[in-house]
Design a protein. Structure first.
Ligand code: SAM
Length: 285
């Protein structure tokens, strides 16, 4: 077991939440810690320099730490923090470090090397979009960017099709139209979804609709989050269902195939159909 205490004044690493558009979205504490940091490490020094300049912060040392070098350079920096008793702040390009951005490996290095690490919470596009989406916020999952290749994306969404919680994805404006059309194919056109784009910026927009409607949009610009409603439990007439299962089993389909087919046909859980089919055959799981 390892424990990390943010009460330390020196020899500590801060993961700093930064704005996702509007530069005003940063905490007083983040500004104060950035001011007194011995090292500000960041994903892209050009980006973070703009933020620091906006708040009149002149970093003692500004270094680059992007995903390709996070493991090795992160370790070197954490060792330096420990040996020289320094304060290091880490900022990704936008939002929370570690959320589809570097930062998580740095936190792990701190744990491994017993260097205190803490977080200065800030905005994240995923949660901001969820709150705006009008969809269920009590139960949700975040998946970051989906795979880019069509086959892999279809397989990935198929694996999420029966999930009942709200699903949150990041997507680039270049791919979003195709992604929405694959979502429509896999999740069905009636499924509700919300596109939240350019959060906190001048052209912020939230588009609510069904996947049918959203996938017919021709041009979606800017940074986007897609929030998709979870699968709804549908009430299906159990007598009719039994009849369908019985007829498929009679035709020689396996219980597994019957479960998949009926679940897809009625938008219900495969495991529920599987149990029903087994029970009808006088077996239990
Ligand atoms: N670390 C960031 C966070 O906490 O949200 C995410 C970084 S990830 C590399 C960038 C993606 O986040 C974008 O492609 C977009 O999907 C989403 N994103 C970031 N800023 C956004 C904004 N202002 N509006 C909508 N989506 C945004």
């Amino acid at each position: 077991m390892k424990r990390s205490s943010p009460a330390e004044e020196k020899g500590i690493v801060y993961l700093v939440g930064t704005p996702i558009g509007n530069l005003e979205d940063i905490t007083y504490r983040a500004i104060s810690i950035l001011k007194k940091s011995d090292i500000v490490a960041c994903e892209d020094t050009r980006n973070t320099a703009v933020l620091l300049k906006h708040y009149g912060i002149r970093p003692k040392k500004l270094v680059s730490l992007y995903s390709q070098i996070e493991e090795k350079e992160g370790e070197r920096l954490v060792k330096e923090v420990k040996e020289k008793n320094l304060i290091l702040s880490y900022c990704s390009d936008a939002g929370m470090p570690g959320i589809s951005d570097p930062g998580a490996l740095l936190a792990k290095k701190c744990q491994d090397l017993s260097v205190p690490v803490t977080v200065l919470p800030g905005p994240t596009a995923a949660l901001s979009a969820l709150v705006l989406s009008g969809l269920d916020t009590a139960d949700f999952s975040f998946f970051g960017f989906p795979p880019t290749k069509k086959g892999a994306m279809t397989k990935f969404f198929s694996s999420l099709k029966e999930r009942e919680e709200t699903l949150i994805f990041y997507e680039s404006p270049k791919r979003i139209i195709e992604t929405l059309s694959i979502m429509k194919e896999v999740f069905s056109g009636e499924r509700k979804a919300t596109i939240v784009r350019e959060l906190t910026k001048i052209h912020e927009e939230t588009i609510f609709g069904t996947l049918d409607e959203l996938s017919s949009l021709s041009d979606i610009k800017g940074e986007c989050v897609i929030v998709v409603e979870g699968a709804k439990e549908r009430s299906v007439d159990s007598k009719a269902l039994e009849k369908e299962i019985r007829s498929l089993l009679k035709e020689g389909s396996s219980v597994k195939d019957v479960s998949r087919l009926i679940a897809e046909r009625h938008g219900i859980k495969k495991s529920d159909v599987y149990e029903m089919a087994l029970a009808m055959q006088g077996k239990t799981k």
